[in-house]
Design a binder for this molecule. Structure first.
Ligand code: ATP
Length: 365
């Protein structure tokens, strides 16, 4: 049974549509990330699921129960929705110990003292803070405080955990650590997670499914690698992946036994689509999208580029280059060191193109 269902959800603030006719099904035990640029409606969507925001229109179900319906005039308050909430500013109570912070919600729910104690210790063990239970928040590092906040949210055992950029106050190293903790936690507690982030890397690495939004409208909802390999449109292709996909304006000029011939201003490609063979026609204007790692450095290639800059990170090297007026970003595993203005050859892996319509931006093949 799906855990969360949003049907035709719209939220208007005055004339601004924060979310427009939005449909989403989050399956039981999914880890869904709501991803998109600033202002695209991620937080509003999460708040509507939690009950902190009231949709203008539509219906929301959690665990088979309608919790909001504009038509049936149902609107359950947040505490009746069985969801845990974790926000960026997860203020812990400063005058309470870690133990008391975790126990607080359970006391409000009228749990018995021995049950509370058992649960606090279970949670503390889960997020590895058992030795910190007697400390006050001010005596903890940012990462430790974050773990306490997670334990506090999970203690009442919500089936659904809603999180809004919960790691954004942490430094890069801690954030990476906490991501891996969250991913383990998600498996261990068998709950459904919905997680707001504007960071595509975070969304890619954590999610079982990414829900990518733009201006309140759903762009694509799929597992991370499917979105990466098969972006539905130019916006998705551009937003997912770092460094970004290369886009090259071209035209379909020929069809041969192997596939299509695409011609850009100073460049000709052979393209063999993996699927959607019939979607291209001769004369069509297209945008070819190529991931930086699908461009290979090849000394003998006839495609000659001039190096603009080389950015080594140790594990990989990013090369910015110019191919007869076309700016390219290339990622190569390992270490290379090209001089500025050095001439290099590049090859394209013709199976890994994404071909988009120039007029609509939708993926054709
Ligand atoms: P960010 O990543 O910057 O937090 P977001 O994707 O979470 O952005 P929302 O906060 O959901 O975006 O906002 C979506 C749109 O709704 C924006 O245009 C925002 O200005 C508008 N909006 C959100 N809350 C309100 C409000 N209370 N009153 C008026 N407009 C609002």
């Amino acid at each position: 049974m799906p855990e969360i269902v949003l049907k035709h959800i719209t939220k208007r603030f005055g004339k601004v549509y924060a979310v427009k006719d939005f449909d989403l099904v989050v399956e039981d035990r999914d880890f869904v990330t709501l991803l998109g640029p600033s202002g695209c409606g991620k937080t509003t969507t999460l708040r509507m699921i939690s009950g902190l925001e009231t949709p203008t229109d539509g219906e929301i179900e959690i665990d088979g129960k309608v919790v909001f319906s504009s038509e049936k005039q149902i609107n359950l308050s947040p505490d009746k929705r069985d969801v845990g909430l974790l926000f960026q500013n997860y203020a812990l109570w400063p005058h309470m110990t870690v133990y008391q912070n975790i126990a607080f919600g359970l006391e409000n729910l009228k749990w018995k003292k021995p049950d509370i104690k058992k649960r606090v210790y279970e949670m503390a063990e889960l997020v590895k803070i058992t030795d910190l239970l007697e400390r006050y928040p001010a005596e903890l590092s940012g990462g430790q405080q974050q773990r306490v906040a997670i334990a506090r949210t999970l203690a009442p055992n919500p089936r659904v955990l809603l999180m809004d950029e919960p790691l954004s106050n942490l430094d890069a190293k801690l954030r990476m650590e906490m991501r891996s903790e969250l991913k383990r936690l998600h498996k261990e507690i068998e709950a459904t997670f919905v997680y707001v982030t504007h960071d595509q890397y975070e969304a890619m690495t954590l999610a079982t499914k990414i829900c990518l939004m733009k201006e309140g409208v759903l762009q694509q909802y799929a597992p991370p690698l499917e979105i990466y390999d098969n972006p539905k449109n130019i916006f998705v292709g551009d937003f997912i992946g770092n460094p970004s996909m290369n886009f090259i304006e071209s035209r379909v000029v020929d069809v041969n036994g192997k596939g299509y011939v695409l011609k850009g201003e100073n460049l000709e490609f052979n393209f063999t689509p993996k699927n959607n063979l019939d979607n291209l026609s001769i004369g069509q204007e297209v945008i070819v999208g190529i991931r930086p790692e699908d461009i290979k450095i090849s000394a003998d290639s006839a495609n000659r580029c001039v190096v603009y800059s080389t950015l080594p990170s140790g594990m990989e090297t990013i090369i910015k280059a110019n191919l007869k007026g076309i700016p390219l970003t290339i990622v190569t595993f390992g270490r290379v060191d090209f001089e500025i203005d050095e001439e290099i050859g590049v090859d394209f892996d013709s199976y890994n193109y994404n071909v988009f319509s120039k007029s609509s931006g939708e993926k054709l093949a």
